[in-house]
Design a protein around this ligand. Structure first.
Ligand code: SAH
Ligand code: MG
Length: 219
């Protein structure tokens, strides 16, 4: 928790309730320790989707499909969502949820199975581009994904990156971080420094949920 818990609870209390189908999936994810987007992050995503009205969305990190289905509920009927997942255990559940009739907008979503770095390269080869990218996969790989994501992000498009503040520990000194977490700590700092200093991007970092970065690609 980055922000005072009571403040977060209050903001979440004010937020719109999820529709029943998503509420059920959210509860399932929380009960089974699937790291889905937090309530506060849902609010920001919903707001951005309604503001930008994207037509082509790319998500890196499907897990069990919660955020993809969430986005399918807050986009126009013309919108297509491509989402990438590599872990078999997650894929089994994602496939099940993405074909569940309770989610009436599920047809917008295409699941791509495989390691994101390979799938991203295929999407680049196919000359595809996206006006909204949601990056929510292995944090240590964000720097590796970035060059491909920059090719895939259309001018004027938005890149939203989740979990960038790592419960606030990203601000701690390298020496106070356990050895095990040092690599991820320095990689995330490098990623954040890069996206805030690239001339192609205008980036804001928000201490919402587990920390999100919102980057606009200049025309
Ligand atoms: N966006 C989801 C949560 C994603 S959790 C939601 O909010 O509902 C992160 C997911 O990214 C995990 O399921 C993990 O298996 C997947 N992942 C991590 N590294 C990956 C990679 N290199 N390629 C594809 N998927 C990856
Ligand atoms: Mg996340």
């Amino acid at each position: 928790m980055i922000i005072n818990e009571r403040v977060t609870d209050y903001i979440n209390f004010l937020d719109k309730e999820l529709p029943e189908n998503l509420l059920y999936l959210e509860k399932y994810a929380l009960d089974n320790h699937v790291p889905i987007i937090k309530k506060e992050t849902q609010g920001v995503l919903r707001f951005l989707l309604q503001l930008i009205k994207p037509i082509r969305i790319l998500e890196v990190g499907t897990a069990i499909g919660f955020s993809a289905l969430f986005m399918s509920e807050h986009t126009s009927s013309a919108c297509k969502i491509t989402t990438i997942e590599k872990v078999q255990m997650r894929l089994v559940e994602a496939i099940k949820n993405l074909s569940d009739e309770r989610f009436t907008n599920r047809d917008k979503i295409t699941l791509r199975q495989g390691d994101a770095i390979d799938v991203l390269k295929e999407l680049v080869e196919d000359n595809l581009n996206y006006d909204f990218i949601f990056l929510d996969a292995a944090k240590g790989q964000y720097m590796t994904f970035l060059p491909e994501l920059m090719k895939l992000l259309a001018p004027g498009g938005i890149l939203v990156t989740d979990n960038v503040l790592q419960d606030g520990t990203v601000v701690n000194s390298r020496y106070s971080i356990t050895r095990r977490d040092r690599t991820i700590h320095s990689r995330m700092r490098e990623y954040l420094y890069t996206i805030t200093h690239m001339p192609e991007l205008e980036t804001v970092i928000l201490p919402v949920g587990d920390g999100i970065a919102i980057s606009l690609k200049n025309h």
